[in-house]
Structure formats: C-alpha cells, structure tokens
Design a protein around this ligand. Sequence first.
Ligand SMILES: NC(=O)c1ccc[n+]([C@@H]2O[C@H](COP(=O)([O-])OP(=O)(O)OC[C@H]3O[C@@H](n4cnc5c(N)ncnc54)[C@H](OP(=O)(O)O)[C@@H]3O)[C@@H](O)[C@H]2O)c1
Length: 250
Amino acid sequence: MTKTPKIAVVTGGSAGFGAATVRLLAARGWHVLAGARRLDKLRQVTEPVGAEALALDVTDPASVEAFAAALPPAVHLLVNNAGLASGFQSVAEAEDARWDTMYQTNVLGLMRVTRALLPRLAASGDGHVMNIGSISGFEVYVGGAGYTASKHAVRAVTKTLRLELLGQPIRVTEICPGLAETEFSLVRFDGDADRAASVYTGMEPLTADDVAECVVWAAERPSHVNIDEIVVRPRAQATSQVVHRRPEGP
Ligand SMILES: NC(=O)c1ccc[n+]([C@@H]2O[C@H](COP(=O)([O-])OP(=O)(O)OC[C@H]3O[C@@H](n4cnc5c(N)ncnc54)[C@H](OP(=O)(O)O)[C@@H]3O)[C@@H](O)[C@H]2O)c1
C-alpha cells in the first residue's frame, strides 16, 4: 500500500536554500507547494520534481492571503525561508527603505505566513513550523544591524511560537546557517557580482543543499521529537566575521 505523501509548504522556493529544500523534500516523497515572487524561476524548480508553484510576496498581506487560500486544508510542514539582506551600512548611514524591506520580509512576512497557515498545520495533526534564521540571530557585526535585528526577531518569534503552541500538535524549529553561497550576497549588494563573490573568497561556504539536509532531517524526526534549533556553519567560520581564508595565490 502506498503512503499518502505529507504536505510541505516552502516560502522563497525559487532560489538558494528554498529551491534545494523543495528538491530534497520532493525526492523524499513529500508533496511540496512552494511560493516566491519570481514565478517563472520558481516553476523551473518545482516542475521537474512534481511540486507546485504559487505566487507569493510575503510582504503583501493580500498575496499571503491568496497563497494560503490555495493550499490544501491540512499542511504538515511550513518552511519559512523567504528572506534577504539589503546593504551593509552602519546605523548612522543606513537607508529606511532597506530596513523596511528586511523587516517586512524577514520578520513580518514570516509571522504573516505563519499566522495564515497555523489552522492548516493544526489540522494535519502533525504540524511543523521551520524558521530559517541565521547565526545573525544571535551574533552581530559592523554594518549588519538592519539584517541582524531582523534575524534576532526571527529567533524571538520562534521561541514565542514554541510557548504559544504548546499542547498543539505543532513542532517549532529554527535553522541558523552561517556563510552559504546562494543568491543571498548578490541580493544584499544590489546585483554587484564581484562584491558578492568576495564574501566567499578563499574559503568553502555551505551550499544550499547542506542547509536543505538540516531542514529535512529536523522535519523527519518522529512527531514527538522537537529539534529546537540547528546552528550550521562552514568549518572555516568561527563567528560572522571571523573566517579563515586561504592566502591569495601568486
Ligand atoms: N546565504 C546565507 O549565507 C544565509 C545564511 C543564513 C541565513 N540565510 C537566510 O536563508 C534564507 C534563504 O536565503 P538564501 O541564502 O537561500 O537566499 P536567496 O538565494 O537569495 O533566496 C531567497 C529566496 O527568498 C525569496 N524571497 C525574497 N523576498 C521574498 C518575498 N517578499 N516574498 C516571497 N519570497 C521572497 C526569493 O524569491 P523571489 O525573489 O523569487 O521572491 C528567493 O527564493 C533567508 O531567510 C536568509 O536570510 C542565508
């Protein structure tokens, strides 16, 4: 007898960790529904693995509402992955628009999507909220306040959910990656490919697949086992800013 697949929802499935998570969950037999703003790019991820692509902008309440309404009545796993950094400026010099984008996406978007899906997660009888945080949720660095503040907030939301959902059949996990090579730095530096590449110079960063493995491992523990958090960094990274880099060649 074939088992009915569990249902997973992944936000930000069009690139990076989200795309790798869609692929790995699908390979493991989950039915995956993924959301992102770039629907064409999202479909390139979902179609080959039999997942579903839905338009989603987590910063737009109407978009989140439409996204949630298109989901099945019971969902087992929500991976709150959509997120970004914008710029690398001190508090003295940063622009409001960048703070707004990061806070709207990383914090309010995550809370909005979670709120919209909680009834479906409870209805599954075995729900799981998986928030993609960061080591920036508990470390800080010069020029990072807008992003680190947002990821500290993700940590606060995760811990609050664990209290508020106690007694319900919903687990809550935070995955906190360090340096990983995705589109993240390209987005942070407004498409400046050289500057983005320099983030990973002389060191081996995590890959999107490394992070997806953590997500799927935590999701596939037995229902009574709650993995609170996973901190995963490259071997060459001790803290956000203390990174071992190979000396430049001749
Ligand atoms: N890479 C790292 O070093 C690193 C480390 C720790 C944590 N993280 C976190 O990991 C998560 C994924 O990042 P990544 O490294 O995989 O970056 P990425 O390659 O840039 O992917 C980000 C994803 O988020 C989606 N997204 C952005 N804004 C969105 C919005 N308003 N609505 C819906 N989707 C949105 C993007 O899709 P569209 O543009 O198509 O909407 C894209 O699919 C983020 O939360 C990030 O903060 C990254």
